[in-house]
Ligand binder design. Structure first.
Ligand code: NAD
Ligand code: GLY
Length: 364
């Protein structure tokens, strides 16, 4: 097992990455503060891993569960309310602990429920997708979608522990694995060019789910994320760079209907749109733009926005983005491969080109 620490003073917590962690009471129990434990999962993940987690905890804690429907379309306030119903019906008190067992959708909703149940209770992340192990389980962003905007309702609320059991990735569909890789590539682009090169050399072992390659990718991703979160927990500055490609990606997810494009797929296309605009601004080379496209495509990720999205549609969604300041669109762009900035200093013409180039040419 490898361990990292998210350094947030008295709210610091460990990220454990390794095999058979769900079975290890001694590493989970110290982070459960009361006696009552509510495991939140979904109809796909529960049949695979709920029993194992319950068996680990059952002798020492009062363990209950709430199983939500599976999918981004269910990441709503209504379904967070289902968690509150279960907690109240079973008289869970303020010392209870919520455990999120699933991907980013379950993690974000459970975290939000934990942030607001009785004004805040403990929670633990047990992420079971690559995306959630490398990104969403770390850093305390929790919340739900609104029909008008992705992740628009939420709170910052840090977990007590992140337990990334890499064995769970063996049951993950290939399309979901690729979606997680999009967020992994993001770290290389924004702050770790060496990691980007490592990814270029490790496409096959990662696609074949080789344990050591996956562990390395998760470890280095979490290292990058923990470092950024420790510097800027509430996203006053540098943390926004973790959103490279997301302003474009969220527009795609919202317009296409939540769940039709996977979050990671929309981010992949958004990453290339961000590098394309950075290239048009003259900040990165044609070669680095090309390398990004090739790496995304090597993992079978989409790089062309949906046919039905005009520049106008993109812009109308992008103006709902959380980075918009006084009505001005701000984007995360690259100064070079491995260095990102948040800026509104890009030309409208270049943005227009980026929003339409993929569609016109079929590729960037
Ligand atoms: P997801 O939670 O929908 O999981 C993807 C699919 O895989 C689901 O069908 C799920 O049931 C299934 N699944 C999960 N684990 C499995 C396993 N081990 N074996 C087989 N199937 C499994 O999607 P995701 O990609 O994990 O997360 C995407 C969500 O995360 C989005 O809502 C996004 O907004 C959010 N997100 C949040 C943050 C953050 O900082 N909080 C960061 C990035 C993304
Ligand atoms: N996924 C972006 C963040 O956690 O800040």
């Amino acid at each position: 097992m490898k361990t990292l620490n998210v350094d947030l003073g008295n709210r610091s917590y460990p990220i454990h990455i390794g095999s058979q962690l769900i079975q290890k009471l001694d590493i989970i129990a110290p982070h459960i503060h009361g006696h009552q434990v509510m495991i939140v999962s979904n109809t796909t993940v529960a049949p695979l891993y709920l029993e194992a987690l319950k068996n680990t905890l059952a002798d020492d804690f009062q363990v209950a569960e709430v199983i939500l429907p599976d999918g981004e379309a269910y990441k709503t306030l209504d379904h967070v309310n289902t968690i509150f119903d279960a907690l109240l019906e079973q008289r869970f008190n303020r010392t209870c602990t919520l455990i999120a067992l699933g991907g980013g959708v379950i993690g974000d909703m459970t975290g939000f429920a934990a942030a607001s149940y009785q004004r805040g209770v403990n929670f633990i992340q047990v992420p079971t997708t690559l995306l959630s192990q490398v990104d969403s389980s770390v850093g305390g962003k929790t919340g739900v979608n609104h029909p008008l905007g992705k992740n628009m309702i939420g709170a910052f609320w840090q977990p007590q522990l992140v337990l990334a059991d890499t064995d769970t990735l063996q049951t993950l569909p290939d399309r979901e694995l690729a979606a997680g890789i999009a967020e992994v590539i993001k770290y290389g682009l924004i702050r770790d060019p060496e990691f980007f090169s490592w990814l270029e050399s490790n496409v096959t072992p990662l696609k074949q789910k080789e344990a050591s390659a996956l562990k390395e990718a998760i470890y280095r991703s979490c290292q990058n994320k923990a470092d950024v979160v420790a510097q800027d927990e509430l996203e006053g500055g540098i943390r926004a760079t973790l959103n490279l490609g997301h302003t474009f990606g969220h527009a795609i997810e919202t317009e296409q209907g939540y769940g039709n494009w996977l979050h990671g797929e929309a981010v992949a296309t958004g990453l290339l749109m961000a590098t394309d605009l950075s290239y048009r601004e003259g900040w990165i080379s044609a070669e680095d733009n090309q390398r990004t496209k090739q790496l995304l495509q090597a993992f079978d990720l989409p790089v062309v926005p949906p046919e039905n999205m005009s520049a106008k549609t993109f812009i109308s969604h992008m103006l709902v983005d959380k980075k918009v300041l006084d009505g001005n669109l701000r984007l995360v762009l690259l100064n070079s491969l491995g260095s990102a900035c948040v800026t509104s200093s890009f030309s409208k013409e270049n943005l227009q080109q980026t929003l339409t180039a993929g569609k016109k040419l079929g590729i960037f």
